[in-house]
Ligand binder design. Structure first.
Ligand SMILES: O=C(O)CNC(=O)[C@H](CS)NC(=O)CCC(=O)C(=O)O
Length: 292
């Protein structure tokens, strides 16, 4: 792929990316209109890649309702997004698509899809860690009752912004996945599209995302759901872009809905790793986290 070559040759190291923060509801059509407006803006800004949060397609009151409206990967919604990726010359990270599965008629996949600027699906990843929690009455959910568990670590994807390592939302709490993506697969940008709960977000969101950026010396991009989706569900917002030093380059706050743009400069990874080569100090010999 041309982009890979360019990145490997260290020529183009800077890339403008768009991060979409949204408040999806059960209304798929409205959610889609909102997304397309933002993609148009990304095109006008000449951004090269756009990041959408988990559950961009819809957030309903129950998984049963979500399931009713879930589509296959080759359905209308993804086809429409593929057409727009091509039309707008824009890569897309679709951070968590409620995927109707041909092999399972009871549960969906929670699938992160990467589409290139020609409209091709270049990677899919099914969420490995599902959010089954009982914190209090408001914060109780069993994601695994609606979704199948993913069973594969996704390969990194070369994009115009850099090499992408994919995850989804609750995966954020499992640093092993990010270590594998960053150290074994040389990811440069770790993606954590999310629909974080308000309570857990307030307590943990910034800290965990900064930690993933700092410990792996990678960029972190986390497009998020924000606000009240229905009477049962509220999301924390604060879509973030963090650099490999842990500096927050973008924080969209709790309320803003729309798109913001950030320049990703991959040079920063080299500079930071040269000065503080923690990645090279990993004791592979002791705990066998080998580079491949
Ligand atoms: O609802 C859907 O259709 C898609 N799935 C989600 O939004 C999931 C499960 S409810 N949300 C999270 O994983 C939030 C994690 C979180 O808030 C934390 O780790 O603290």
């Amino acid at each position: 792929m041309i982009n890979t070559t360019i990145n490997n040759m260290n020529q183009i190291r800077k890339c403008l990316v768009g991060v979409v923060q949204m408040c999806s509801t059960h209304n798929k059509k409205q959610n889609m209109e909102f997304i397309l407006q933002n993609l148009k803006q990304a095109h006008e800004k000449q951004a090269k890649i756009c990041f959408l949060p988990e559950a961009f397609a819809m957030i309903s009151r129950s998984f049963a309702e979500t399931f009713e409206n879930a589509e296959y990967v080759d359905g209308e919604m993804i086809n429409c997004l593929r057409d727009h990726a091509k039309k707008y010359n824009l890569w897309l990270s679709l951070g968590g698509f409620q995927e109707r599965l041909k092999e399972n008629d009871k549960k969906m996949g929670n699938t992160h899809i990467i589409i290139d600027n020609l409209g091709n699906i270049v990677q899919t990843y099914k969420k490995l860690h599902l959010f089954d929690i009982k914190i209090d009455t408001k914060n109780t959910i069993s994601e695994s009752s609606g979704y199948v568990f993913g069973d594969q670590i996704p390969n990194v994807v070369d994009s115009p912004a850099g090499r992408l390592g994919l995850s989804i939302c609750y995966d954020l709490r499992f640093p092993e996945l990010f270590r594998i993506l960053a150290v074994q697969q040389n990811a440069e940008i770790l993606l954590v599209p999310s629909a974080f709960f308000k309570k857990t977000g307030q307590a943990h969101w910034h800290t965990l995302l900064k930690a993933r950026a700092i410990e792996n010396q990678c960029f972190v991009i986390a497009a998020a759901q924000a606000g009240q989706h229905n009477d049962k569900r509220e999301s924390f917002g604060h879509s973030l872009v963090i650099d490999p030093w842990g500096e927050v380059l973008l924080d969209m706050g709790p309320e803003k809905l729309g798109i913001d743009f950030v320049e990703i400069d991959l040079e920063k990874i080299d500079t930071i790793r040269k000065g503080l080569p923690a990645i090279n100090h990993i004791r592979n010999d002791i705990y066998k986290l080998s580079k491949i």
